[in-house]
Design a protein around this ligand. Structure first.
Ligand code: ARG
Length: 378
C-alpha cells in the first residue's frame, strides 16, 4: 500500500459504483465528463504515435530500451487495440502474462516474489494531479513519487494528438521535463488572473517560481500567484486537501493549517521585468481579499472547526470540495458535519457516497480535472 500511496484497500465493485455515481452527479448538473482512458486511446492516432508512446511508457517504467524485457513488453502491448492497451497499462502488467526467454540484469536483481512487471497506476482516479488547466493552457506535471510519475505522460499525448485538443493553441505553461516537482492538487485557479499554489510535500518552491515566471511572460493573463505553505504530511499532501474555493467569496479551510493567530505563510508573486517579485505575508483572509478585490470573504472551517471533528473529516477529504458552479459543490457524504456547515453558509451541496473512494486519500476535487471553465466573472 505505501508503494502505491494508499492507506487501505478499496472494495472494488463498490468503489466503481461510487465513481459512476460521482460522474452521474456531474452529468446531471450540466458537466461534460471525459474519461482518461478514452482520451488517451483516441490520442493514439497512428501506429507511429503508438510505437513512440509505448516506447516512452516502457522506458519510464524502468526498462532499458532494446532490452529483452522492453522488447517483449512492446510486442505484447502493441498487439492490443488502443483502448485495451491503455487500460492494460493503467492496470499494470503481471510477470506471468508475458514469457521472457532470458532474464535481463534488472529482472535478475528485482524481487522475484513481486507479481508485477509493470506497476499498475491506481492513483489515476485522482485526475487532478498529473496536470492542471490554467487559462488557455496547462501545466503538465513532474510528479513527486515514482508511483505516479508516469501518469502525466498521458496528458502530453492528449494535448498534442487528441483531435479535440491538438492544434487548438493550448499552451503548456510548464512541461514534465523538470527535476522540481509540482502536482495539480496544489494548483488552485481562483479566477482568470490569480492562482494559488501549495508549497507542500508534492510541490516545491522552485517549481512554483518556475511556472509563475512562465505564466507572467507568456501572455497567460495571469499576474498573481499566491504560494501557500502547508504541512508536509500524507493527510495534507496537497493544498486542496485543506483549502478549496467554492464561490466568488467563499472557501473551505482546515483549521489546522492556521496558527493561533489565524496566520499561515504566504508568498505573493507578481511579474517583475522578465522575472517574479515575491512578498511574504501571513494573513490568509487579507491576502485573498486584496488579490481577489473583495470587501469580505467567508472562510468556512472543515468540521465546523471542532478539534476532534475537523481532523477526522479532513482525513476523509472533508475540505476537498469540488465547485461545479459558484456556491454549488460536490462532497463526500461521510463528512456530515462539514456538509451541514456548508449548507448553513448558503452552499448547494451534492453529496456522493464515499465509503470506498475515500480510501485512496482524495475527494471530489482530486477525482476531477476541469479542462474548460466558463467565464463566470461576476
Ligand atoms: N489532489 C489531491 N489531493 N489528490 C489526492 C491524491 C491521493 C493519492 N493517493 C496520492 O497520494 O497521490
Amino acid at each position: 500500500m505505501p508503494r502505491l500511496l494508499f492507506d487501505d484497500i478499496p472494495y472494488l465493485p463498490i468503489a466503481q459504483k461510487e465513481h459512476d455515481e460521482f460522474a452521474q452527479v456531474l452529468k446531471t448538473n450540466g458537466v461534460e465528463v471525459l474519461y482518461l482512458d478514452d482520451l488517451v486511446s483516441e490520442s493514439i492516432t497512428t501506429s507511429e504515435v503508438k510505437r513512440e508512446f509505448l516506447n516512452r511508457m516502457i522506458a519510464e517504467s524502468g526498462f532499458k530500451e532494446e532490452s529483452e524485457t522492453a522488447n517483449t513488453l512492446f510486442e505484447y502491448l502493441n498487439n492490443m487495440g488502443n483502448l485495451e492497451m491503455v487500460t492494460h497499462i493503467m492496470e499494470g502488467v503481471r510477470k506471468d502474462e508475458v514469457e521472457l526467454s532470458s532474464l535481463d540484469l534488472k529482472e535478475a536483481s528485482g524481487d522475484k516474489a513481486y507479481p508485477f512487471l509493470m506497476d499498475p497506476m491506481p492513483n489515476l482516479y485522482f485526475t487532478r494531479d498529473p496536470a492542471a488547466a490554467i487559462g488557455n493552457g496547462l501545466s503538465i506535471n513532474k510528479m513527486t513519487y515514482k508511483a505516479r510519475q508516469r501518469e502525466s505522460l498521458f496528458m502530453e499525448y492528449i494535448i498534442s494528438n487528441h483531435p479535440k485538443f491538438a492544434n487548438q493553441g493550448v499552451q503548456v505553461w510548464r512541461n514534465r521535463n523538470h527535476f522540481n516537482h509540482i502536482e495539480g492538487g496544489d494548483e488552485l485557479v481562483l479566477n482568470d488572473h490569480v492562482l494559488a499554489i501549495g508549497i507542500s510535500q508534492r510541490t516545491t518552491a522552485e517549481a512554483i517560481e518556475d511556472i509563475a515566471k512562465s505564466l507572467f511572460t507568456k501572455n497567460s493573463g495571469y499576474d498573481t500567484v499566491l504560494a501557500i505553505k502547508i504541512p508536509h504530511n500524507h493527510a495534507m499532501m496537497h493544498l486542496d486537501t485543506v483549502f478549496t474555493m467554492i464561490n466568488y467569496d467563499q472557501f473551505t479551510v482546515h483549521p489546522a493549517i492556521l496558527n493561533q493567530n489565524q496566520q499561515i505563510d504566504i508568498w505573493i508573486m507578481h511579474p517583475k521585468g522578465q522575472g517574479v517579485s515575491v512578498k511574504h505575508e501571513r494573513n490568509l483572509k487579507e491576502v485573498l481579499k486584496v488579490a481577489l478585490k473583495l470587501d469580505d470573504l467567508d472562510l468556512i472551517p472543515t468540521g465546523n472547526g471542532d478539534p476532534i471533528v475537523a481532523p477526522r473529516e479532513q482525513w476523509n477529504d472533508g475540505s476537498n470540495t469540488l465547485a461545479i458552479a459558484p456556491g454549488e459543490v460536490v462532497t463526500y457524504d461521510r463528512n456530515y458535519v462539514s456538509n451541514d456547515i456548508l449548507r448553513k453558509h448558503g452552499l448547494h451541496v451534492h453529496e456522493i457516497q464515499s465509503s470506498e473512494l475515500s480510501r485512496g486519500r482524495g475527494g471530489p476535487r482530486c477525482m476531477s480535472m476541469p479542462i474548460y471553465r466558463e467565464d463566470l466573472k461576476k
